[in-house]
Ligand binder design. Sequence first.
Ligand code: SF4
Ligand code: SF4
Length: 203
Amino acid sequence: MIATKIEHALTTPNDKERYEYVYDVICSYLDKEFGSKNLCEFADGKCFVNRTDESGYRKGGCCYSYQYKFFTRKIVGRTPCKYLGDTKTYSTTTVIAGDAPSLINETSTATGCTISCISCKLYVCKPLRKKGVTFKISDFPDIDKVFNKKQIKVLESNHFRPKEQIIEKLLKTKKGIMPYFLFVFFDKATIKKPKNDAFKPVK
Ligand code: SF4
Ligand code: SF4
């Protein structure tokens, strides 16, 4: 099914339309995988990682922003992601867990991620990976006919970023001539945070 949709996308000559279509197809697939299979084992608004978190701090998955100490990478602040919708009803999150900068994979409905962030939707925490769950853009059929290697890096590197910004970055990346290793070395895949995107930890 997803292979047919991606094949269909290849007939779309307009880059932006093709990217948006495939972006939506993948997001929809991930939402369904996490939602219908309840991969994160949500119960009472908490995923299985939340339920084993001794701090009892986190609820509803991993839709959190983290602030780290520069050298030690120790978490010094944590706040719910500002793009998360109504957390009372959501049940299909995919988030980052404990030891990494965290993000979520929620549905793109009003009750989950309100900005349809594909990088977040791809995110699988370490405890969930240990259960054999992983998602990579390169695993989707014929995806290399839609996105080049640098664009795939863009899709996987932009947590907390809205779909519109990621699509724009994909279009710019297509025109770029920088070799892949330099693109990665200089962190050119990541959309820079706006200066007013201040971090406000929960008290
Ligand atoms: S941007 Fe990421 S962390 Fe924020 S609500 Fe959406 S999926 Fe969750
Ligand atoms: S990916 Fe996020 S929501 Fe899913 S189990 Fe891990 S911490 Fe919980």
